[in-house]
Write a protein that binds this ligand. Structure first.
Ligand SMILES: Nc1ncnc2c1ncn2[C@@H]1O[C@H](COP(=O)(O)OP(=O)(O)OP(=O)(O)O)[C@@H](O)[C@H]1O
Ligand SMILES: [Mg+2]
Length: 302
């Protein structure tokens, strides 16, 4: 008498334990905190570059529908790699997801190509505000609509919407993008992503290299897009301070692992986050006792 698939008390017990573990994993994270099913879910992914360089070592995170979720961490923590794993852009860099899974709106998307993901409503705005420098601002925006099949009128309508969110782009619509300012190029990159009519935007370091006032202006527009258009954001940022002011939930990456996650307010109040990421140091940090405490606390990052 053999064991039938799914039968046997031991196997049933193991399945139950696995199901419970899965439930525990899903009970945490940004989507659970927002009381919603996630629109995007990254489950325990591992990423390797050049077949040998292990960069992500089991990253899991959720992006709730209609929320702004921050992915924080210092240089080289793995933020960009995480976003590129979602949008299937790793192949071009000799990288691959070797473990885990990624689902968007409940569908496994790890094997899709980048265009297919854009058609499903998820698009990445790359770090370093890549625009086509020799095209005008408006031509750049229109390239964002190339996956659409809903006709010229709908596209013109959305172009108008982008100009309403970014009045600076309307002013510069005929300028060659390569000659516009860094802030205008960042706006152009976000505007181009909007032209694909996304429901979710993966936004990589929008603050990079921009003056604080301009960073604020861009984050205000992100907030408005989230409030008015219901666009969900996964926001990779080194600038913890501004990201936690606009996000509802945050994940902190260190060396390719999520070392902490929580509601933005809780992260802002956390002593370790304050010390290591917000640059707010406690009193008398230099005393020996506090140096020891510093080292002890720093261990969670190791
Ligand atoms: N194409 C690649 N080949 C090999 N290693 C890479 C490649 N791209 C990134 N890495 C390495 O992967 C690690 C994570 O890089 P990643 O760009 O994801 O970090 P990041 O958190 O976005 O950093 P930053 O804030 O500087 O943009 C780094 O150690 C980096 O050197
Ligand atoms: Mg990066």
């Amino acid at each position: 008498m053999g064991n039938r698939a799914g039968g046997g008390p031991l196997i049933r017990l193991q399945l139950k334990v696995l199901r419970d573990m899965a439930n525990i994993v899903h009970a945490e994270g940004a989507a659970a905190a927002a009381g919603q099913a996630p629109v995007l879910s990254i489950n325990n992914i591992e990423v390797i570059y050049d077949h040998v360089i292990l960069v992500l070592k089991g990253v899991s995170l959720d992006v709730p529908q209609g929320g702004i979720t921050a992915l924080l961490g210092a240089n080289g923590a793995g933020k960009t790699t995480t976003l590129k794993a979602v949008s299937n852009l790793l192949k071009a860099e000799r990288g691959q997801v070797t473990k885990g899974s990624i689902t968007f709106k409940g569908e496994r998307v790890d094997t899709l190509n980048p265009n297919d993901l854009v058609r499903r409503g998820c698009i990445q705005v790359m770090e370093g505000r890549h625009c086509f420098g020799h095209l005008s601002v408006e031509e750049n925006l229109l390239t964002g609509a190339f996956t659409r099949k809903d006709g010229q009128a709908a596209i013109a309508n959305d172009l108008e919407m982008v100009y309403n969110y970014f009045p600076r782009l309307r002013e510069r619509r005929n300028s060659q993008a390569g000659y516009t300012s860094g802030g205008e190029q960042q706006m152009c990159a976000i505007g181009r992503a909007l032209m694909s009519k996304p429901t979710t935007i993966l936004l990589d370091e929008p603050s990079m290299g921009l003056a604080p006032q301009l960073v604020e202006e861009i984050f205000e527009i992100v907030k408005a897009l989230n409030d008015n258009e219901g666009v969900s954001f996964l926001l990779a940022e080194q600038n913890t301070n501004i990201a936690l002011r606009y996000a509802k939930y945050g994940y902190i990456l260190e060396n390719g692992r999520v070392v902490m996650d929580g509601e933005a307010q809780a992260l802002r109040d956390n002593e370790d986050v304050k010390e290591f990421y917000l640059g707010v140091s406690g009193e008398n940090r230099r005393s020996f006792r506090n140096v020891k405490a510093y080292k002890r606390r720093k261990r969670w990052l190791a």
